[in-house]
Design a binder for this molecule. Structure first.
Ligand SMILES: [Zn+2]
Length: 418
């Protein structure tokens, strides 16, 4: 079966095809580099009554401007086959503000409104390049946000004051950042919590080089099992909150549409969702930073492959969210700290194949967690899969081959898997 790979974390290594040993000198080159990265720091925010009113007004105006410009651009596109630029929408907004009917737009700071137009422009760029669907209208009950560029906020290293606000915002600091924030985004989620996110350009020192490499098998019982034999487990809160969530959703479904009680029930569901997401992020952050710190190379299967596994259960749906977040975190942390993330993007029989002798089973039902190979090797399902993945990932690294699937399979079976 032909297969090939994506391993776009090391473009420099792609040029070196001499073999496994060529990686070491290449990686040494990036040792002690500083990377300038744009990093977002998010904190909970507790606005006072007055600030809440101001924020509500700003959120509402941003949403209005976004939706108004979306309508404008959609009409230009469908009725006149024209692409409208950010500049044009900005010009039209200036005109709109002169109209007495919309003079209330002048009550809030102009900068977040301009930023709303920029966000829309980005959404259109993503759409035109095929990366995203057509932009949607923003709704009041979804997440609200407003972005302030540096000319619309004051930051003294400790306190943040937004334009038109009398006093600084009350922020719960759980960690500090160095560097100067370029933009600040204030948001309110559907669980009615306020957040502020600082976008900061920072220097990140790359971690000292190590020779360690690891492959991780993504799973349900354990979110990851590594080729070093580490099993992460799967946090209990999934099951615990899942039951509670089902109950709350059932309750919500019974409430009458448009009623106050429905709003309350919806808020409860949103709060629980937010809590689960926070727990998951926290768990995965600890996991990914450890993997990145301890290893120069982290190898995983891509999610496209993982999704081919047929498992209709809810547990899998939940696991998928975690896998997606895990890979997202590994990806940016690898680039920050000078590590390499290899994603193997074609299916290969990682569980059914014995890592010791290469024997491939005809079938291996999901419920079978361990098996004995003809060669005498006792294989733990996920651990064995991780070891196979490690071998394939190393081949990808050594030969830097992202396109020639047939070559890669030949190399992996002859050189490394034997
Ligand atoms: Zn075997």
């Amino acid at each position: 079966m032909p297969f090939n790979f994506v391993s776009e974390r090391l473009p420099w290594a792609m040029k070196h095809r001499q073999g496994h040993s060529s990686i070491t000198p290449i990686v040494k080159m990036v040792y002690n580099y500083f990377m300038i990265v744009r990093r977002a720091y998010q904190y909970r925010l507790y606005p006072n009554q007055e600030q809440r009113i101001q924020l509500a007004q700003t959120f509402g105006s941003c949403r209005f401007v976004y939706n108004w410009a979306l309508r404008l651009r959609t009409d230009a596109y469908y009725q006149h086959q024209q692409k409208m630029s950010y500049k044009e929408t900005s010009h039209q907004l200036t005109q709109l503000k002169k109209n007495p009917e919309f003079s209330w737009l002048k009550d809030v700071t102009a900068v977040p409104l301009q930023q709303a137009l920029r966000h829309l422009n980005t959404a259109f760029l993503n759409f035109f390049s095929g990366r995203a669907k057509y932009p949607k209208f923003k709704k009041k009950r979804n997440k609200q946000s407003a972005t302030y560029a540096s000319n619309a906020f004051k930051w003294n290293g400790e306190q943040l004051t937004l334009a038109k606000m009398k006093s600084p915002l009350k922020i719960r600091w759980h960690r500090h950042f160095t560097g100067v924030p370029t933009t600040v985004t204030v948001s309110k989620d559907s669980a009615n919590r306020y957040f502020v996110s600082f976008s900061v350009e920072e220097e990140v020192e790359q971690l000292p080089k190590t020779d360690e490499q690891v492959a991780i098998d993504l799973g349900i019982k354990d979110v990851i099992v590594s080729s070093k034999g580490f099993a992460s487990g799967n946090p209990k809160y999934y099951q615990k909150y899942q039951k509670k969530l089902a109950k709350l959703q059932k309750r919500l479904a019974k409430k009458q549409k448009g009623s106050k009680n429905r709003d309350k029930a919806r808020l409860k569901v949103a709060r629980l969702y937010a809590k689960i997401a926070d727990c998951r992020k926290d768990f995965l952050n600890k996991l990914t930073i450890r993997l990145i710190r301890e290893n120069q190379v982290v190898i995983t299967e891509s999610l496209a492959v993982k999704n081919m596994m047929k498992n209709p259960k809810l547990a899998k749906a939940i696991a998928e969210v975690a896998w997606g977040e895990l890979i997202r975190q590994l990806d940016y942390k690898a680039s920050w700290y000078g590590r390499i993330l290899v994603q193997v993007d074609r299916f290969f029989p990682s569980s059914k194949r014995c890592h010791a002798c290469g024997h491939v089973l005809d079938k291996l039902p999901l419920k079978i967690r361990e098996w004995d190979c003809v060669c005498g090797s006792h294989n733990l399902r996920d651990y064995n899969a991780a070891l196979n993945l490690l071998a394939v990932g190393r081949t990808v690294l050594a030969y830097g081959d992202t396109s020639v699937g047939d070559t890669a399979i030949a190399l992996s079976s002859q050189v490394l898997l034997k």
